[in-house]
Design a binder for this molecule. Structure first.
Ligand SMILES: [Zn+2]
Length: 135
């Protein structure tokens, strides 16, 4: 079976199909970013962004319960911003939690999980994505 493709540049899938999130930390100002960049967006230094594997745990910073989306996207779902324990900030979807404010707490511990993104491209390639679940 073919190795699934990544849905984002910061989601790295190795030759065995294992996934992790990779971010970059500036060696001058310690800013962290996920998207590849030629220069640090915080201090402007070039060649100072060092890749590292993002820790798989964090805490919920904010969320939005989405009731309308593109055709074919199952709603409702919970879009979240998570402060990872290493300082990285990631946006993603929270799953395994009821999409109601009563079930979601700010600062709740969450963990990264990797799973099939639930879609294929025209060539039949599968995609892997990351999600958050309550820790
Ligand atoms: Zn910097």
């Amino acid at each position: 079976m073919a190795i699934p493709k990544s849905v984002a540049p910061w989601l790295v899938v190795d030759a065995e199909g294992r996934a992790h999130v990779e971010a970059r930390r500036c060696s001058v100002c310690a800013a962290i970013l996920t998207a590849p960049s030629l220069a640090c967006p915080s201090c402007g230094a070039r060649g100072t962004l060092q890749p590292f594997m993002v820790t798989p745990t964090g805490r919920l910073h904010s969320y939005s319960i989405v009731h309308r989306s593109f055709p074919g996207v199952t709603v409702p779902f919970i879009s979240v911003v998570v402060d990872m324990d290493d300082g990285t900030v990631l946006k993603g979807n929270l799953r395994g939690v009821a999409p109601t404010p009563d079930a979601i707490c700010f600062d709740m511990p969450v963990r990264l999980v990797f799973d099939d993104a639930g879609r294929q491209d025209r060539e039949g390639n599968r995609y892997v994505s990351y999600f958050f679940e309550a820790a």
